[in-house]
Write a protein that binds this ligand. Structure first.
Ligand SMILES: *Cc1c(COP(=O)(O)O)cnc(C)c1O
Length: 397
């Protein structure tokens, strides 16, 4: 078959082996820990699930490399396994890494605690103020690490500037592209060397597996694969199958997430009980211009501020269609309070410094009917307007 050129076709067909297994239209689950091997033959691969080279792994690796325009890809047992394998593929004791200051909590802790225990130092930088980078650079700096969109304020780092800085100083540039997906933003053609995903989120899209992806330069993937083999963070073939199935609807799902989240963000802007809405499609989002230049959509995550922790709790307790739960990227709409979930480990002062107020509610907009989601939000927000005289004070001109 000729190589599919468009993302819509690639999510279905890229990487499918020339000879399909038993003629099956989808990749069957090859649930075998080990495979024929004598060791006598030249080029005879030793296949084993932990080595991530079963037929279910192979097709995903090829497909994901095509989707992200990377040389190679690796699936892992979780997003954290992908991030750890990617970072440890490059970093050793004595090295230094520069990390964005708004990272996913698990990654921030991985760097601050586990990497530190291994003798890897780190410094944090504001992804939108990269003039600070020169002062943080050390002779032993090897890696610069960012996220495509931050959580929960959906900010966009100066990715062009960060990539240029990495080139200038011979650093490996890594990015967690979970919130973006290759539908909305492709970091590798921009100049990042390695992209990671929590495939638990949009790539699978159904909130029913945990998985990760590393994709990018072949030498970096080879090193990440070695780390993953040794630390054992491999993905099981059955979960590979589920991820492959979920991926097929990625383009369709992202189009809906993008569209509905923008509509809902615009609706919330006009609501008297809402102080502020964070979503880069909004013209007054501080990163709107950069977002328009680099991204073709902004995904399903948005955040809005209802003023107090009690008001945010009222919203979560009264949403009927949306479920109060952490995580994101699934077909169902989820709502959470970042101060109790993603930013729970921070002190009140640290939360204030990164702009996470007590009244912040994060939504991961699913693919339900957007009008019904708006109705649901409106009935919960109406309780705030009725309950307090505060609505008038909050109304913005
Ligand atoms: C969820 C998430 C992770 C961690 O992924 P797991 O699949 O839970 O291990 C990493 N980065 C981002 C941005 C995430 O949202």
């Amino acid at each position: 078959m000729s190589q599919p050129r468009k993302l819509d076709t690639q999510v279905i067909h890229a990487g499918t082996p020339a000879t399909r297994l038993a003629g099956a239209v989808v990749t069957p689950i090859v649930q075998s820990a080990t495979f024929d091997f004598t060791g006598e033959l030249q080029d005879e691969p030793l296949r084993y699930i932990r080595y991530s080279n079963t037929p279910n792994h192979d097709v995903l690796h090829k497909r994901l490399a095509v989707l992200e325009q990377g040389e190679d890809a690796l699936v892992t047992a979780s997003g954290m396994a992908a991030i750890a394998s990617g970072l440890l593929g490059v970093l050793s004791a004595g090295d230094h890494v520069l990390v964005q200051d708004t990272l996913y909590g698990g990654t921030a802790t991985l760097v601050a605690e586990e990497m530190a225990r291994l003798g890897i130092a780190s410094d944090r930088f504001d992804g939108r103020q990269i003039s600070q980078l020169d002062a943080l650079l050390r002779p032993e700096t090897r890696v610069i690490y960012t996220e495509a969109l931050t959580n929960p304020l959906v900010q966009i780092a100066d990715h062009e500037g960060i990539v240029a800085f990495a080139r200038r100083h011979d650093l490996v540039a890594m990015i967690d592209a979970t919130f973006a997906t290759p539908v909305n933003f492709r970091p590798l053609p921009l100049g990042y060397d390695l992209a990671m995903h929590s495939a638990t989120k949009y790539l699978n899209g159904h909130s029913d597996i945990v998985a990760g992806v590393v994709v990018g330069r072949a030498d970096l993937i080879a090193s990440a694969r070695k780390r993953m083999k040794h630390f054992g963070g491999s993905l099981d073939p059955h979960t590979c199958f589920l991820l492959e199935r979920g991926l097929k609807t990625l383009v369709l799902r992202m189009a809906r997430h993008n569209h509905s989240a923008e509509r809902i963000a615009r609706h919330l802007v006009d609501h008297t009980a809402v102080l502020e809405v964070h979503y880069p499609a909004l013209e007054d989002h501080p990163d709107h211009a950069r977002g328009k230049r680099l991204f073709s959509g902004f995904g399903g995550v948005l955040a809005f501020d209802v003023g107090t922790g009690e008001a945010a709790a009222t919203i979560l307790a009264n949403l009927q269609l949306a479920t109060a739960a952490p995580s994101l990227g699934g077909v169902e709409t989820l709502a959470s309070r970042p101060m109790l979930t993603s930013q729970a480990a921070l002190s009140a002062a640290e939360r204030a410094a990164v702009g996470v107020s007590d009244g912040l509610v994060r939504l991961s907009i699913g693919i339900e009917d957007a009008d019904e989601l708006i109705e649901d939000l409106d009935q919960a927000l109406a309780l705030l307007v009725d309950a307090t005289p505060h609505a008038e004070a909050c109304a913005t001109p």
